[in-house]
Design a protein around this ligand. Structure first.
Ligand code: SF4
Length: 81
């Protein structure tokens, strides 16, 4: 069964909130004004969250979030089991 990895290159996020507006089940803005993937895994470098990712069976509204992101920092990859 195909799964999907949705990941955020957080350093490029400009905090516009489009992902949150279109896909609030998965996206939220953090205290620093940049987006987070709800329930996502956070990759930290030098005490800064540089990347977040989540593995999903279905993309749902994440497609809309990725397409709408003006900074093009929401990425979707198909992955195997
Ligand atoms: S749409 Fe893109 S730039 Fe805007 S808050 Fe979401 S991830 Fe950041």
């Amino acid at each position: 069964m195909v799964k999907y990895k949705v990941w955020l290159d957080r350093k490029g996020c400009i905090g516009c909130g489009s992902c949150v507006a279109l896909c609030p089940d998965y996206w939220d803005l953090g205290d620093d004004g940049l987006s987070h993937i709800i329930g996502g895994k956070r990759i930290v470098e030098n005490e800064e969250i540089v990347r977040e990712e989540i593995i999903l069976n279905e993309l749902g509204c994440n497609i809309d979030a990725a397409e709408a992101c003006p900074a093009k920092v929401i990425h979707i990859e198909e992955i195997g089991e």
